[in-house]
Ligand binder design. Structure first.
Ligand SMILES: Cc1cc2nc3c(=O)[nH]c(=O)nc-3n(C[C@H](O)[C@H](O)[C@H](O)COP(=O)(O)O)c2cc1C
Length: 194
């Protein structure tokens, strides 16, 4: 092969792997990921990178949904200053937005399927696991049918009225330690083998 062809191939490799779609350090073992994913509500001031957001959103878009209706829409807020407004979206349980560096609202079109809440919850879980996988902390803040929360989230993300907002997920680099789940202490009594 001519030397210039080698160079072209190498340049294309660099473009795809390094510039367009950089590989993120990820944990490969799914059980380890499930063990280590905990709700993280305190974050450092280090920003969430665009690569990390892209990775998380790609994983969200691979969520299963009833009859492949894909009723979800993901609204991303990367301005830490704007995210602070969400800290007041409920009296308890929204403190994660005091330090979050990014937030993703999971909104759903209920006219597409009666399973929209289930579809939204699965997508939200993909986001939580993907965040852990790329080294971030995350937490689900419930919005749907929480008085005042939905109106504020709608305003912060500019979400149209035809979509329900199930939850907003806070994201950031962890500033608190949570113990991973211990496989020895799981509630095995929840399993009913017939
Ligand atoms: C449907 C749902 C709603 C939740 N709502 C909130 C919330 O509004 N605020 C909050 O701080 N955490 C919320 N969480 C996080 C739970 O409190 C958390 O998942 C639970 O305590 C278990 O802890 P872990 O995530 O660390 O395993 C919610 C989780 C789920 C699945």
């Amino acid at each position: 092969m001519h030397i210039s062809k080698y160079f072209c191939n190498f340049a294309r490799f660099l473009l795809i792997r390094v510039i367009m779609e950089p590989t993120l350090p990820t944990k490969t073992n799914f059980e380890t990921l499930c063990q280590q994913r905990r709700s993280i509500r305190k974050y450092t001031s280090e920003p969430v990178s665009q690569q990390q957001l892209d990775y998380i959103l790609r994983c969200a878009l691979m969520s299963p949904s009833s009859k492949r209706t894909n009723p979800w829409e993901f609204f991303v807020q990367g301005s830490a200053k704007t995210i602070r407004d969400l800290a007041g979206c409920k009296t308890y349980g929204s403190q994660m937005f005091e330090t979050a560096q990014a937030a993703i609202a999971v909104a759903l079109d209920a006219s597409l399927t009666d399973t929209w809440q289930a579809d939204g919850a699965i997508a939200a879980e993909h986001i939580l696991l993907a965040a852990e996988d790329c080294g971030l902390g995350a937490c689900w803040c419930h919005i749907y049918q929480r008085e005042g929360s939905e109106a504020l989230a709608r305003e912060v993300f500019g979400i149209p009225e035809n979509l329900h907002i199930l939850c907003v997920i806070s994201l950031g680099h962890k500033d608190e330690e949570r113990k991973p789940y211990d496989p020895e202490k799981l509630m095995y009594n929840k399993i009913h083998t017939i």
